[in-house]
Each structure stands twice: as C-alpha cells, then as structure tokens.
Design a protein around this ligand. Structure first.
Ligand code: M6R
Length: 617
C-alpha cells in the first residue's frame, strides 16, 4: 500500500517522479504528491486528494520549480481520510524538509503527544506527519546530519514503515529507511532511484539493490550508502530486474486486467520454463535444499486473498503426490492463535507481491517457532522471499491490476511443480503419474489460450447481459471449490456485486436458503471422464437448486453432453485431468468478473477501497 519514489541525478526530477508514480499507482490511489528541491535550493511541494491525474492537472496549471532531487508518493489512506492535507509529502523544519511514508506508525499518538508538549504543531490527521516533525526535531538536534537524524527517528518508531525524506540544505540527497515495508534501490549512471518496487524506476534502470530489514539508505547522484539503524555499513544484495518497462505498460489493452488475463497462458508457460529437464521436474532454486522437504511431517501454507485460494488448490496436489498433510491458513489468522509449528513443519508462503504484511508477519512467526520457510513469490527483491529459507519464483511478470489473475494461475503452477518435486524426493510419486502430470502442465498454456480464443467473447456477452445482477453464487467440488471462492472474490472485488463461493456439497447445509427464482449460479462441473462420481454428484447439486429456480451457468469440459439438460448456459473448457481443471476453469471466471465490471462502467484496474499490495496489518 502506498507507492514511493525518490530520485537524485542530473535530470529534472518531476517527470521521473510522475512516471514512477503512474507505475506505482496500483499500490494506492486515494491521493498523491511530490516534493522537489529546485535549482535555487528551495523545496517545493504539491499534493492532491484523488487519483494521480488530479495532481498532474494541478502541476500542469502551476508547475513547481525545476529541480533534480525529488520524492513522490501515491497513498492508500490509513490514518486520516483522503484529503489534500493528509496526502504526502508532509513538511517539517519550517517547510525545508519533506517526508513520505508507507506503513503504519503504531506509537504515533504517544510521539505526537510528546511533540505537542514541546510546542510542535501539526497540520494533518496522519501518523506520517509525526515522523516528519520528529525528523525535523532530530535534524536540528544532530546539527543538520540528515542520516543521523533518520537513525534517531527510525529507532523511535514502532510498526511498519518505509520513509523517504530530503532537506533543502542537502540538494542531491534522498534518505530512506525501512522496517517491514518495501524499498528498493535503482542504480543509474550518475543518478539513483528509490522505489517501493522496481516498477518505480524500471524504465530508467534494471540494476537494483534490495534493502534489508531495519536499514537506512542515502542516495546521491554518484553514490549509494546503506547502513543499519546503528550506522554500521551493510552491503545490499544486488539483482537484475527480469522484465522491462514495456512488460508493465498497458500496451494497446483497455485495462491492465484485460492485458493480464490475456497473459495467463504465458504466466503458466514461463513458470514451468526451465524447470523440466529430461522429463523430470528440476527446480534450480531448490538445488541442495532437499533437507527442507525430507525431514518434515507437515506442510502449512500461508497466504491471503487470491493467493490463499491458489494455495487451497495446491493442497490437493501436494497431498495427492507427496502424501504429506497440508494445512492452508489465512496468514492473518495464523499468527494470533498459538499455532502448532515445529522444526518438522515446512511453512510455504504464497504471495504475488511478496510484501503482504499479514503473510510476512506469519512467516516471521513460523520461523521464530522453528519452521523451515519457503516462499512462492512473483516479485524479485521482495521482503517475504528475503525472510524465507528458500524461494520458488512464479514468472507471471509484473501484475498491475488490483485483481490478481495471471499470478493466480502461476501460483497454482508453482505449487504443482513443488508438489511433484516433493513427491519425487519423498518417493511417493509413481513415475507414470509424474510423467502424466508433467505432460498436463506443458499443455496448460495452449488450453488456456483456447478458452481466450473461443469463449472470451461469449463470456463477455453473458456478463453484459447480467450487468444488473445483484448477487451471483459459485459452486465447486474438490479442486473446483477454491475456484468457486476465487470466482466470487474476483466478482465482488471489481464489480461490487454480492458474490459467494460454496463447496457444492455444503449448499444443502444452509446456503441453499439463498436460492430464489432467477438467482444466477456458476457451477464448476468436474470431468465426467476423470471424475465420474463427482460429476454425477455435482449434477445432483445443480438439480437441487434448479428445482428452486436457480439459473445455472455451467463451466464444463468440451464434449460433456450430460451437462446440457441441466444448465441454462454452458461455458466450455478443454479436456484435462481433474487436478488440472482449476487452471482452466478459473479463466472464464476472471473474464466474467472483468466483463461485468466493464459493463457497469467501473474501473477494473483500480477498484474502490483497495490497493494491490497490502502492506499494513
Ligand atoms: O500479493 P499477495 O499475493 O500476497 O496478495 C494477497 C491478496 O491481497 C491478493 O490476492 C488480493 O486478494 C487480490 N486483490 C485478489 O484479486
């Protein structure tokens, strides 16, 4: 949540900050602001409530003075509503110092009381301004040493924060600090950048440095210095960004979500790529780490939102192929319930951003309790993989739309690769099953593409007809159940329609009372070949709700004629083994949610109240 960008170098900073913010806007879009130290050495600042476009208009009408040092921020409000005054940057030290922040300062009330008592004044309702005013005070106490002042401030703050600040006395210097909140460095030629993630600067450089926990960074045009909170110099870890700026552009698509759904085949293909050798799964990142999987008696998967649903799908594959019990837990519930974790537990976290605070905190707790930790993540340089013993990257490419789509199929793919890897290591996977699974995995991209080519238009048409629908239910069994949950989440998230997913067998235990004439229900129908019993059971579940007036939209495999008399609409997916059906069945649901939100005239990329990367608890 909140996007942060900083620049020092020879170029005019305002356009660099604004294009960085445009790429980071998915992290929060309540308000935005920038501050620049101009050629005369004075600090100018502009901030506006609303989307970045409002700030842009304001800067067009009345530009700030040109300068080559600057910071920018796009906000997802926590403390204080989305107003001009609460937007960042916040100023202090007679408006000579500007500060931006991502995270929550938990002890802000106590610090504010201390500062008020000392006569300092505040102009906003935010926790951030407390950090700005405190930094102003410490700057004076440390005789104009911005880094030393930053260290003093960082040691006083509780909670999660990324802070960037600059002072008019120091043109050519931006200082940052991070604890439990993301910040990466972009290395340029005679210029340097800071960003919440690499999207902030990827159009200028792909050379990056990851900043560790509780570290402070100072960037100048020709140098980067990282220290811990005590001032000891640390060597940051470097990495190359594996994608270029074009990958994070909308291209010709109407929305990032449309682009990302179209990239689902590629997301699966790229996640598999380089991990099958001579017909066997080889995950290079896990080489030499067999002990992560052999000395364990249980796997716990931690995730939130869509990543939680992909994890639920992963549980079926891991249990089936690796014969080890798997619990899947919402990360924010895990931490506070005294979980039973031992050194024989492997904790796998699944996160697109690698920054979700709930997941990060749960992983840390699991590590504290002695578990081995493995992260499945889509973002290089992110915090969760850095805090884990091992990482398996999904290669979905940058995901910008708030609604996660291509990352979801990439996560299932990575979990399946992991399940096959663990199954082989533990000797629980028959070679013929492994061969079949690998063959299935390799055919998935083509089959997803088939859905996009052959069914997308019809699904969008259906969504258009249903634009006035007030409630949609989703039913599935076995691996279809998490897909029903994902279909419902996607619909509520971007179209603001009431939607719920149920295990089909659970309906008669209560939720069937919701069914009234005309109620649309999506039903994921398992293959009649691969899962004949489940197919029959799901058809029975359909009949139970049809008898009460439900309108059935079935998602069924090509050639399943038995479903036709039981459904009002049938959306087709290609044939696949039962465990692989989720990778296909979810695609129509992603298209449907997007189609319906579009038909309602909503912004599918930036739905209300949400942000892409949830870096607060
Ligand atoms: O970055 P993460 O995968 O950790 O994010 C987890 C959830 O916040 C995320 O999946 C969220 O539910 C999406 N907006 C769903 O589309």
């Amino acid at each position: 949540m909140c996007g942060i960008v900083g620049y020092v170098g020879p170029r005019e900073s305002q356009p660099i900050l604004m294009s960085g913010l445009a790429r980071l806007e998915y992290r929060g879009y309540d308000s935005a602001g920038i501050a620049v130290i101009d050629g005369e050495g004075s600090l100018g600042m502009r901030k506006r409530a609303g989307k970045l476009a409002r700030l842009s208009e304001s800067l067009d009408e009345a530009p700030l003075g040109a300068g080559t040092t600057g910071i920018g921020h796009t906000r997802w409000a926590t403390h204080g509503g989305p107003t001009d005054g609460n937007a960042h940057p916040h100023l202090a030290d007679d408006d000579k110092l500007a500060l931006i922040h991502n995270g929550i300062i938990e002890n802000f009330s106590e610090l504010k009381a201390e500062l008020l008592e000392q006569g300092f004044a505040f102009r906003s309702d935010t926790d951030t301004e407390v950090a700005a005013v405190l930094l102003g005070r410490e700057y004076r106490a440390h005789e104009g040493d911005l880094e030393a002042a930053f260290r003093a401030v960082a040691r006083r703050l509780d909670g999660a924060f990324t802070l960037l600040a600059m002072h008019e006395d120091h043109p050519g210097l931006v200082v940052g600090a991070r604890r439990n909140s993301p910040l990466v460095i972009g290395l340029g030629e005679g210029e340097n950048f800071l960003g919440s993630d690499v999207a902030a600067f990827v159009e200028h450089t792909r050379h990056a440095l990851a900043i560790g926990q509780d570290e402070i960074v100072s960037i100048r045009p020709d140098s980067v210095r990282v220290t811990d909170f005590d001032g000891n110099v640390v060597e940051p870890q470097s990495f190359e960004v594996s994608w270029d700026a074009a990958a994070a552009d909308k291209g010709g698509w109407s929305s990032f979500m449309a682009k990302e759904v179209s990239e689902e085949p590629e997301a699966v293909a790229n996640t598999v790529m380089g991990r099958i050798h001579d017909g066997a799964i080889v995950i290079p990142e896990l080489e030499g780490l067999d002990e992560l999987f052999t000395g364990i008696d249980r796997i716990t998967i931690l995730a939130c939102g869509t990543a939680y649903y992909s994890s639920l799908v992963g549980k079926y594959a891991i249990e089936q192929w690796a014969r080890i019990p798997v619990d899947v837990e919402l990360a924010h519930e895990f931490r506070y319930r005294d979980p039973i974790i031992t050194e024989r537990t492997l904790v796998v976290s699944v996160s697109q951003s690698g920054e979700t605070m709930d997941t990060l905190m749960a992983v840390k707790e699991a590590a504290r309790l002695g578990a081995k930790t493995l992260s499945i993540c889509n973002t290089q340089g992110a915090t969760i993989p850095r805090e884990s013993d091992a990482v398996v990257y999904t290669h979905a490419g940058p995901e910008v739309a708030v609604a996660s789509t291509k990352a979801f199929v990439a996560q299932i793919t990575a979990l399946y690769l992991l399940a096959l890897h663990v199954g082989r290591l533990r000797g629980t996977l028959a070679p013929s099953i492994a061969d079949e699974a690998i063959e299935q995995l390799e055919t998935m991209p083509g089959k997803i593409q088939w859905i996009l080519d052959n069914e997308q238009e019809r699904i969008e048409q259906l969504a258009h007809w249903m634009a006035d629908t007030r409630s949609v239910l989703f039913l599935g069994r076995h691996v279809g159940y998490p897909i029903a949950l994902e279909g419902a989440l996607k619909l509520k998230e971007i179209s603001y329609i009431h939607a719920e997913g149920f295990a089909a067998g659970e309906l008669k235990h209560g939720p069937i009372a919701l069914i009234e004439p005309g109620q649309p229900v999506f039903v994921l129908v398992p293959s009649p070949r691969g899962a004949a019993t489940m197919h029959a059971k799901v058809i029975s579940n359909i009949e139970e709700i049809r008898a009460r007036g439900a309108r059935i939209i079935a998602i069924a495999e090509e050639g399943d004629a038995a479903v036709l008399p039981h459904a009002d609409e049938v959306l087709r997916i290609p044939l696949a083994s039962p465990l692989f059906e989720p990778l296909l069945a979810v695609v129509p649901l992603h298209i449907f949610a997007m189609g319906l939100a579009t038909a309602k005239g909503l912004d599918v990329d930036q739905p209300r109240n949400l942000a892409k990367s949830v870096t607060v608890e």
